[in-house]
Design a binder for this molecule. Structure first.
Ligand SMILES: NC(=O)c1ccc[n+]([C@@H]2O[C@H](COP(=O)([O-])OP(=O)(O)OC[C@H]3O[C@@H](n4cnc5c(N)ncnc54)[C@H](O)[C@@H]3O)[C@@H](O)[C@H]2O)c1
Length: 354
Protein backbone atom coordinates (compact mmCIF):
# COMPACT_ATOMS: atom_id res chain seq x y z
CA UNK A 1 0.00 0.00 0.00
CA UNK A 2 1.07 3.53 -0.71
CA UNK A 3 0.80 5.99 2.20
CA UNK A 4 -1.04 9.26 1.57
CA UNK A 5 -0.11 12.43 3.46
CA UNK A 6 -2.58 15.34 3.31
CA UNK A 7 -1.83 18.97 4.25
CA UNK A 8 -3.40 18.30 7.69
CA UNK A 9 -0.80 15.56 8.29
CA UNK A 10 2.04 17.99 7.59
CA UNK A 11 0.33 20.50 9.91
CA UNK A 12 0.18 17.78 12.62
CA UNK A 13 3.89 17.02 12.17
CA UNK A 14 4.67 20.73 12.62
CA UNK A 15 2.34 20.97 15.63
CA UNK A 16 3.98 17.92 17.25
CA UNK A 17 7.58 19.11 16.83
CA UNK A 18 7.25 22.91 16.52
CA UNK A 19 8.15 24.81 13.36
CA UNK A 20 11.79 25.63 14.32
CA UNK A 21 12.57 21.92 14.85
CA UNK A 22 10.95 20.88 11.56
CA UNK A 23 12.79 23.62 9.62
CA UNK A 24 16.08 22.65 11.25
CA UNK A 25 15.60 18.93 10.56
CA UNK A 26 14.70 19.73 6.96
CA UNK A 27 17.80 21.90 6.53
CA UNK A 28 19.91 19.07 7.99
CA UNK A 29 18.27 16.45 5.73
CA UNK A 30 18.75 18.60 2.62
CA UNK A 31 22.37 19.32 3.56
CA UNK A 32 23.06 15.60 4.09
CA UNK A 33 21.73 14.84 0.60
CA UNK A 34 23.55 17.81 -1.02
CA UNK A 35 26.78 16.44 0.50
CA UNK A 36 26.30 13.19 -1.44
CA UNK A 37 25.42 15.07 -4.66
CA UNK A 38 27.33 12.77 -7.10
CA UNK A 39 25.17 9.81 -5.99
CA UNK A 40 22.02 11.31 -7.56
CA UNK A 41 20.61 11.05 -11.08
CA UNK A 42 19.84 14.69 -11.87
CA UNK A 43 18.06 16.53 -14.67
CA UNK A 44 16.70 20.10 -14.99
CA UNK A 45 12.97 20.06 -14.33
CA UNK A 46 10.56 19.70 -17.24
CA UNK A 47 8.38 22.77 -17.68
CA UNK A 48 5.14 23.41 -19.57
CA UNK A 49 4.73 27.16 -20.02
CA UNK A 50 1.51 29.05 -20.67
CA UNK A 51 0.53 32.71 -20.74
CA UNK A 52 -0.70 32.44 -17.13
CA UNK A 53 2.13 30.42 -15.58
CA UNK A 54 4.06 27.19 -15.58
CA UNK A 55 3.55 23.55 -14.58
CA UNK A 56 6.71 21.60 -13.79
CA UNK A 57 7.79 18.02 -13.08
CA UNK A 58 10.87 17.54 -10.91
CA UNK A 59 12.39 14.02 -10.81
CA UNK A 60 15.52 12.81 -9.02
CA UNK A 61 16.81 9.43 -7.80
CA UNK A 62 19.58 7.70 -5.90
CA UNK A 63 20.21 3.94 -5.70
CA UNK A 64 17.32 3.31 -3.31
CA UNK A 65 14.68 6.01 -3.82
CA UNK A 66 13.10 7.92 -6.68
CA UNK A 67 10.97 11.03 -6.25
CA UNK A 68 9.14 13.55 -8.35
CA UNK A 69 7.20 16.70 -7.60
CA UNK A 70 4.39 18.24 -9.60
CA UNK A 71 4.42 22.00 -9.02
CA UNK A 72 2.91 25.05 -10.68
CA UNK A 73 3.62 28.78 -10.59
CA UNK A 74 0.69 31.04 -11.50
CA UNK A 75 1.17 34.57 -10.09
CA UNK A 76 -2.42 35.54 -11.03
CA UNK A 77 -4.02 32.63 -9.15
CA UNK A 78 -5.24 34.85 -6.30
CA UNK A 79 -8.03 36.04 -8.61
CA UNK A 80 -9.25 32.40 -8.76
CA UNK A 81 -8.97 31.89 -5.00
CA UNK A 82 -5.96 29.61 -5.51
CA UNK A 83 -2.37 29.87 -4.26
CA UNK A 84 0.38 30.88 -6.72
CA UNK A 85 2.26 27.64 -5.97
CA UNK A 86 0.56 24.22 -5.49
CA UNK A 87 2.37 20.90 -5.35
CA UNK A 88 2.26 17.20 -4.61
CA UNK A 89 4.81 14.45 -5.04
CA UNK A 90 5.70 10.78 -4.90
CA UNK A 91 8.50 8.82 -3.24
CA UNK A 92 9.11 5.40 -4.82
CA UNK A 93 11.27 2.33 -4.19
CA UNK A 94 13.96 2.05 -6.87
CA UNK A 95 14.29 -1.73 -6.41
CA UNK A 96 10.67 -2.40 -7.40
CA UNK A 97 9.31 0.92 -8.70
CA UNK A 98 6.52 0.72 -6.11
CA UNK A 99 5.20 4.14 -5.01
CA UNK A 100 5.75 4.28 -1.24
CA UNK A 101 4.35 7.73 -0.50
CA UNK A 102 2.01 10.21 -2.19
CA UNK A 103 2.21 13.49 -0.32
CA UNK A 104 0.94 17.01 -0.46
CA UNK A 105 3.90 19.28 -1.20
CA UNK A 106 2.37 22.77 -1.11
CA UNK A 107 3.09 23.31 2.59
CA UNK A 108 6.16 21.11 2.33
CA UNK A 109 7.56 23.22 -0.54
CA UNK A 110 7.30 26.36 1.60
CA UNK A 111 9.10 24.51 4.43
CA UNK A 112 11.84 23.02 2.24
CA UNK A 113 12.42 26.27 0.34
CA UNK A 114 12.92 28.13 3.61
CA UNK A 115 15.17 25.33 4.90
CA UNK A 116 17.27 25.46 1.69
CA UNK A 117 17.58 29.25 1.96
CA UNK A 118 18.73 28.79 5.55
CA UNK A 119 21.27 26.13 4.55
CA UNK A 120 22.71 28.48 1.90
CA UNK A 121 22.77 31.53 4.18
CA UNK A 122 24.62 29.59 6.89
CA UNK A 123 27.63 29.33 4.55
CA UNK A 124 27.14 32.62 2.67
CA UNK A 125 25.81 35.34 5.01
CA UNK A 126 28.44 37.33 6.89
CA UNK A 127 28.69 36.73 10.62
CA UNK A 128 27.40 39.57 12.78
CA UNK A 129 29.66 41.06 15.41
CA UNK A 130 28.65 40.82 19.06
CA UNK A 131 25.90 43.25 20.01
CA UNK A 132 24.85 43.73 16.37
CA UNK A 133 21.22 43.01 15.48
CA UNK A 134 20.93 40.78 12.45
CA UNK A 135 18.35 42.26 10.07
CA UNK A 136 16.69 40.86 6.97
CA UNK A 137 14.67 42.67 4.32
CA UNK A 138 11.79 40.48 3.14
CA UNK A 139 10.47 41.65 -0.23
CA UNK A 140 7.29 39.79 -1.18
CA UNK A 141 5.08 38.90 1.78
CA UNK A 142 2.91 36.20 0.20
CA UNK A 143 2.43 32.50 0.92
CA UNK A 144 6.14 31.62 1.32
CA UNK A 145 7.14 34.64 3.38
CA UNK A 146 6.45 33.55 6.99
CA UNK A 147 8.38 30.30 6.42
CA UNK A 148 11.43 32.25 5.23
CA UNK A 149 11.09 34.71 8.11
CA UNK A 150 10.99 31.99 10.77
CA UNK A 151 13.77 29.92 9.21
CA UNK A 152 16.09 32.94 9.32
CA UNK A 153 14.91 34.00 12.78
CA UNK A 154 15.42 30.62 14.44
CA UNK A 155 18.21 29.26 12.25
CA UNK A 156 20.36 32.35 11.78
CA UNK A 157 19.40 34.73 14.56
CA UNK A 158 17.62 37.38 12.46
CA UNK A 159 16.04 39.71 15.02
CA UNK A 160 14.52 42.38 12.77
CA UNK A 161 12.52 41.92 9.59
CA UNK A 162 12.05 44.85 7.23
CA UNK A 163 8.97 44.12 5.15
CA UNK A 164 7.77 45.31 1.76
CA UNK A 165 5.15 44.07 -0.69
CA UNK A 166 3.36 45.97 -3.45
CA UNK A 167 0.19 44.54 -1.87
CA UNK A 168 -0.15 46.07 1.64
CA UNK A 169 -2.72 43.37 2.54
CA UNK A 170 0.00 40.71 2.12
CA UNK A 171 2.28 42.56 4.54
CA UNK A 172 -0.61 43.06 7.00
CA UNK A 173 -1.27 39.28 6.86
CA UNK A 174 2.40 38.54 7.60
CA UNK A 175 2.40 40.98 10.54
CA UNK A 176 -0.77 39.33 11.92
CA UNK A 177 0.83 35.89 11.65
CA UNK A 178 4.20 36.79 13.19
CA UNK A 179 3.62 39.68 15.59
CA UNK A 180 3.47 37.32 18.59
CA UNK A 181 6.91 35.78 17.89
CA UNK A 182 9.12 36.86 20.82
CA UNK A 183 12.39 38.55 19.89
CA UNK A 184 11.39 39.26 16.29
CA UNK A 185 10.80 42.94 15.45
CA UNK A 186 8.72 43.66 12.35
CA UNK A 187 9.18 46.94 10.48
CA UNK A 188 6.78 47.71 7.64
CA UNK A 189 8.55 49.72 4.92
CA UNK A 190 7.16 51.93 2.15
CA UNK A 191 9.46 50.63 -0.60
CA UNK A 192 12.01 47.95 -1.44
CA UNK A 193 14.80 50.56 -1.20
CA UNK A 194 13.72 51.48 2.34
CA UNK A 195 13.47 47.83 3.40
CA UNK A 196 16.88 46.91 1.98
CA UNK A 197 18.78 49.86 3.49
CA UNK A 198 21.14 48.58 6.19
CA UNK A 199 19.88 44.95 5.96
CA UNK A 200 22.44 42.14 6.39
CA UNK A 201 20.32 39.74 4.38
CA UNK A 202 17.85 40.51 1.59
CA UNK A 203 15.26 37.88 0.72
CA UNK A 204 13.30 38.47 -2.48
CA UNK A 205 10.30 36.17 -2.80
CA UNK A 206 7.96 37.98 -5.16
CA UNK A 207 5.71 36.49 -7.84
CA UNK A 208 5.39 38.26 -11.16
CA UNK A 209 5.64 36.67 -14.58
CA UNK A 210 8.11 39.16 -16.05
CA UNK A 211 11.70 40.32 -15.85
CA UNK A 212 11.10 42.45 -12.76
CA UNK A 213 13.86 44.54 -11.21
CA UNK A 214 13.30 44.27 -7.47
CA UNK A 215 16.94 44.82 -6.48
CA UNK A 216 19.12 47.34 -8.35
CA UNK A 217 22.89 47.69 -8.00
CA UNK A 218 22.44 51.03 -6.19
CA UNK A 219 20.69 49.21 -3.30
CA UNK A 220 23.67 46.91 -2.60
CA UNK A 221 25.78 47.42 0.51
CA UNK A 222 29.14 45.75 1.29
CA UNK A 223 28.72 42.32 2.88
CA UNK A 224 25.06 41.86 1.94
CA UNK A 225 23.71 38.36 1.31
CA UNK A 226 20.86 38.13 -1.19
CA UNK A 227 18.53 35.16 -0.92
CA UNK A 228 16.82 35.53 -4.32
CA UNK A 229 13.97 33.01 -4.37
CA UNK A 230 11.24 34.42 -6.63
CA UNK A 231 13.10 34.49 -9.98
CA UNK A 232 12.64 30.84 -10.90
CA UNK A 233 11.33 30.60 -14.44
CA UNK A 234 12.33 31.76 -17.94
CA UNK A 235 11.23 35.41 -18.29
CA UNK A 236 10.67 35.73 -14.50
CA UNK A 237 13.52 37.41 -12.64
CA UNK A 238 14.03 39.75 -9.67
CA UNK A 239 17.63 41.00 -9.81
CA UNK A 240 19.15 43.60 -12.13
CA UNK A 241 22.04 41.91 -14.03
CA UNK A 242 24.38 44.45 -12.39
CA UNK A 243 23.58 42.86 -9.02
CA UNK A 244 24.88 39.50 -10.24
CA UNK A 245 27.97 41.18 -11.72
CA UNK A 246 28.74 42.75 -8.34
CA UNK A 247 28.34 39.50 -6.41
CA UNK A 248 29.63 35.97 -5.93
CA UNK A 249 26.75 33.83 -7.16
CA UNK A 250 25.79 30.42 -5.74
CA UNK A 251 23.25 28.04 -7.24
CA UNK A 252 21.64 24.67 -6.59
CA UNK A 253 22.02 22.80 -9.92
CA UNK A 254 23.76 24.92 -12.54
CA UNK A 255 22.13 23.45 -15.69
CA UNK A 256 18.67 24.28 -14.28
CA UNK A 257 19.54 27.69 -12.85
CA UNK A 258 21.06 28.80 -16.19
CA UNK A 259 17.57 28.34 -17.67
CA UNK A 260 15.37 29.50 -14.78
CA UNK A 261 17.28 31.64 -12.30
CA UNK A 262 18.21 35.30 -12.34
CA UNK A 263 21.29 33.79 -13.99
CA UNK A 264 19.27 33.46 -17.24
CA UNK A 265 20.15 37.12 -17.87
CA UNK A 266 23.90 36.45 -17.84
CA UNK A 267 26.27 35.09 -20.51
CA UNK A 268 26.78 31.30 -20.56
CA UNK A 269 30.32 31.65 -19.13
CA UNK A 270 29.29 33.81 -16.14
CA UNK A 271 30.90 32.06 -13.16
CA UNK A 272 28.74 30.48 -10.48
CA UNK A 273 29.37 27.95 -7.72
CA UNK A 274 27.09 25.01 -6.95
CA UNK A 275 26.21 24.91 -3.26
CA UNK A 276 27.06 21.24 -2.78
CA UNK A 277 30.68 22.05 -3.57
CA UNK A 278 30.74 24.64 -0.77
CA UNK A 279 29.03 22.24 1.65
CA UNK A 280 31.62 19.52 0.93
CA UNK A 281 34.57 21.91 1.20
CA UNK A 282 35.47 21.68 -2.52
CA UNK A 283 34.73 25.39 -3.08
CA UNK A 284 34.68 28.49 -0.90
CA UNK A 285 31.52 30.20 0.26
CA UNK A 286 31.89 33.78 1.46
CA UNK A 287 35.57 34.77 1.50
CA UNK A 288 35.50 38.39 2.69
CA UNK A 289 33.31 40.35 5.11
CA UNK A 290 32.57 42.98 2.44
CA UNK A 291 31.78 40.46 -0.32
CA UNK A 292 28.26 40.51 -1.75
CA UNK A 293 26.83 37.00 -2.06
CA UNK A 294 23.75 35.87 -3.99
CA UNK A 295 21.93 32.57 -3.60
CA UNK A 296 20.08 32.40 -6.94
CA UNK A 297 17.45 29.92 -5.72
CA UNK A 298 15.09 28.21 -8.16
CA UNK A 299 14.23 25.05 -6.19
CA UNK A 300 15.77 21.72 -7.11
CA UNK A 301 14.22 18.23 -7.06
CA UNK A 302 16.72 16.97 -4.48
CA UNK A 303 15.21 19.33 -1.85
CA UNK A 304 11.83 17.64 -2.38
CA UNK A 305 13.46 14.19 -2.26
CA UNK A 306 14.95 15.04 1.15
CA UNK A 307 11.65 16.54 2.33
CA UNK A 308 9.60 13.53 1.19
CA UNK A 309 11.91 11.13 3.01
CA UNK A 310 11.79 13.24 6.19
CA UNK A 311 7.99 13.66 6.23
CA UNK A 312 7.65 9.92 5.54
CA UNK A 313 9.74 9.22 8.65
CA UNK A 314 8.08 11.84 10.88
CA UNK A 315 4.59 10.75 9.80
CA UNK A 316 5.39 7.09 10.55
CA UNK A 317 6.70 8.02 14.02
CA UNK A 318 3.45 9.87 14.77
CA UNK A 319 1.18 7.24 13.20
CA UNK A 320 -0.01 9.71 10.55
CA UNK A 321 -1.02 9.04 6.96
CA UNK A 322 -3.72 6.99 5.29
CA UNK A 323 -3.25 3.81 3.26
CA UNK A 324 -3.95 4.55 -0.40
CA UNK A 325 -4.81 1.84 -2.90
CA UNK A 326 -2.97 3.39 -5.82
CA UNK A 327 -1.67 0.13 -7.32
CA UNK A 328 -3.86 -2.98 -7.71
CA UNK A 329 -3.22 -5.63 -5.03
CA UNK A 330 -2.83 -8.89 -6.99
CA UNK A 331 -2.76 -12.43 -5.62
CA UNK A 332 -1.04 -13.39 -8.91
CA UNK A 333 1.04 -10.45 -10.25
CA UNK A 334 0.49 -11.74 -13.80
CA UNK A 335 -3.28 -11.80 -13.37
CA UNK A 336 -4.02 -8.08 -13.71
CA UNK A 337 -7.15 -9.01 -15.64
CA UNK A 338 -8.70 -10.41 -12.45
CA UNK A 339 -8.94 -6.84 -11.10
CA UNK A 340 -11.74 -6.17 -13.57
CA UNK A 341 -13.76 -8.91 -11.84
CA UNK A 342 -15.34 -9.98 -15.11
CA UNK A 343 -14.73 -13.72 -14.91
CA UNK A 344 -18.24 -14.27 -13.55
CA UNK A 345 -19.75 -11.86 -16.10
CA UNK A 346 -18.66 -13.24 -19.49
CA UNK A 347 -21.33 -11.15 -21.21
CA UNK A 348 -19.20 -8.08 -20.37
CA UNK A 349 -16.35 -9.53 -22.44
CA UNK A 350 -18.21 -9.52 -25.72
CA UNK A 351 -19.45 -6.61 -27.77
CA UNK A 352 -23.02 -5.89 -26.65
CA UNK A 353 -25.62 -5.58 -29.35
CA UNK A 354 -26.86 -1.99 -29.68
N1 LIG B 1 13.11 29.00 -5.40
C1 LIG B 1 12.23 28.18 -4.89
O1 LIG B 1 12.58 27.08 -4.47
C2 LIG B 1 10.80 28.60 -4.78
C3 LIG B 1 9.90 27.81 -4.04
C4 LIG B 1 8.60 28.27 -3.89
C5 LIG B 1 8.19 29.46 -4.49
N2 LIG B 1 9.10 30.17 -5.25
C6 LIG B 1 8.72 31.42 -5.88
O2 LIG B 1 8.56 32.39 -4.85
C7 LIG B 1 7.65 33.39 -5.26
C8 LIG B 1 6.65 33.68 -4.19
O3 LIG B 1 5.81 32.58 -3.99
P1 LIG B 1 4.51 32.72 -3.06
O4 LIG B 1 3.92 31.35 -2.98
O5 LIG B 1 4.86 33.45 -1.81
O6 LIG B 1 3.62 33.67 -4.00
P2 LIG B 1 2.48 34.69 -3.57
O7 LIG B 1 1.77 35.06 -4.82
O8 LIG B 1 1.69 34.12 -2.44
O9 LIG B 1 3.28 35.96 -3.01
C9 LIG B 1 4.08 36.75 -3.83
C10 LIG B 1 4.02 38.18 -3.34
O10 LIG B 1 4.91 38.98 -4.13
C11 LIG B 1 4.34 40.28 -4.19
N3 LIG B 1 5.00 41.05 -5.24
C12 LIG B 1 4.86 40.91 -6.60
N4 LIG B 1 5.61 41.83 -7.24
C13 LIG B 1 6.25 42.53 -6.27
C14 LIG B 1 7.18 43.61 -6.30
N5 LIG B 1 7.59 44.14 -7.44
N6 LIG B 1 7.64 44.10 -5.12
C15 LIG B 1 7.22 43.58 -3.94
N7 LIG B 1 6.33 42.57 -3.85
C16 LIG B 1 5.86 42.05 -5.00
C17 LIG B 1 2.86 40.00 -4.42
O11 LIG B 1 2.05 41.11 -4.11
C18 LIG B 1 2.63 38.81 -3.47
O12 LIG B 1 2.15 39.21 -2.21
C19 LIG B 1 7.02 32.86 -6.57
O13 LIG B 1 7.62 33.55 -7.64
C20 LIG B 1 7.38 31.40 -6.59
O14 LIG B 1 7.49 30.91 -7.91
C21 LIG B 1 10.38 29.76 -5.40
Amino acid sequence: MTTFLAPRDIARIVAAHGLPVVLNRLAAAIETDFRRWPEFDKVPRVAAHSREGVIELMPVADRTHYSFKYVNGHPGNGAHGLPTVMAFGVLADVATGAPLLLSELTLTTALRTAATSLMAARVLARPVTQGQTRTMALIGNGAQAEFQALAFHHGLGVRELRLFDVDPAATAKLVRNLRAVPGLALTVCASTAEAVRGAHIVTTITADKRNAVIIEPGMLEPGMHLNAVGGDCPGKTELHPGVLEAASVFVEYEPQTRIEGDLQQMPADFAVTELWRVLTGQASGRQRADEITVFDSVGFALEDFSALRLVQQLAAELGLGAPLELIPALADPKDLFSQLQLREQPERLVLQAA
